[in-house]
Ligand binder design. Structure first.
Ligand code: 8IG
Length: 270
């Protein structure tokens, strides 16, 4: 008797990787980057786009629901025969579809042969000198979502989630880059000033609504991870102004050149 095994999240990622392989004509990609809101202008500097595929064409992906979040995958020529995947936009946990869609791009990248993953995001900053438009390397995270992409007894080590090697490489390229601990909230509401004071005492300096679940899924898959945050606003209660999504997009525009050149060099060096 044959019993059909039901499809797992990893099977769905393999299907997505097959679609990407057939559309791009290459079986493997080497490095992938997930672009958060505000980062799209930087993508123009990464390299020649050979293929662009809408998320709606790829199994398991869906069109992003937020203005300023893209919605496609690009295959890039990085030179020396190296190929990169750029995910323009991501699924957030606050969209209400659970954790699997949030980490699907990461698992698709892993199923595409990728060994190095760059996760970018826009976030709030707790350091007063981090003006909107400041890129910051993620040194570590606090997963405050109450969620995990792992199912079953998978005891994934998270001692060095954000690769010390890749962070050192970034600081060689740009010695002025600072680092911070990122706290992942589910959102979609921003924090209260009391919540910001709480995470400040925990040692956090970046607050956002993405990245942590993707980083965990990436470590489960054995990928080397770099995390870069674009600080687009001071965290709640620090500026005297309410938080606003439009300033996120404006800060991305202003910082695109700096972030684009940094990441273009990183993608070639890894
Ligand atoms: I952009 O201040 C952006 N995303 N949680 N807090 C959280 N997410 C953010 C913030 C912020 N700014």
């Amino acid at each position: 008797m044959f019993y059909a095994r039901s499809m797992t999240a990893f099977d769905r990622a393999s299907e997505a990787a097959e679609l990407i392989a057939s559309r791009t004509g290459v079986a493997h990609h080497d490095v992938a980057i997930v672009l958060g809101s505000g980062w799209a202008p930087a993508a123009e500097l990464f390299g020649e786009v050979l293929t662009e595929i809408a998320f709606t064409d790829i199994p398991g992906f869906s069109a992003p629901g937020v203005v300023g979040h893209g919605g496609s995958v690009r295959s890039l020529d990085l030179g020396d025969g190296k190929r990169g995947l750029v995910f323009l936009g991501r699924t957030h946990f606050y969209e209400g579809r659970g954790v699997e869609p949030v980490v699907h791009a990461v698992r698709t990248a892993a199923a595409s042969g990728v060994k190095t993953l760059v996760l970018t995001n826009a976030c709030g900053g707790l350091m007063p000198h981090w003006k909107p438009g400041t890129p910051v390397l993620i040194s570590d995270h606090i997963n405050f979502t109450g969620q995990t992409p792992l199912v079953g007894a998978k005891f994934v080590d998270l001692t060095n989630v954000y690769s010390p090697r890749l962070r050192a490489l970034c600081r060689e390229i740009d010695p002025t880059l600072e680092e911070g601990v990122y706290v992942g909230f589910t959102g979609p509401q921003y924090e209260t000033p009391a919540e910001i004071e709480m995470v400040r005492r925990w040692g956090a300096s970046l607050v956002g609504m993405s990245t942590v679940l993707e980083a965990i899924a990436a470590r489960e898959a054995g990928l080397e991870v770099l995390g870069v945050s674009l600080v687009t606003n001071l965290a709640a209660g620090m500026s005297g102004e309410p938080l606003d999504h439009a300033e996120v997009l404006a800060a991305g525009q202003a910082a695109a050149q700096r972030m684009g050149t940094l990441l273009a060099q990183v993608l070639r060096a890894v």
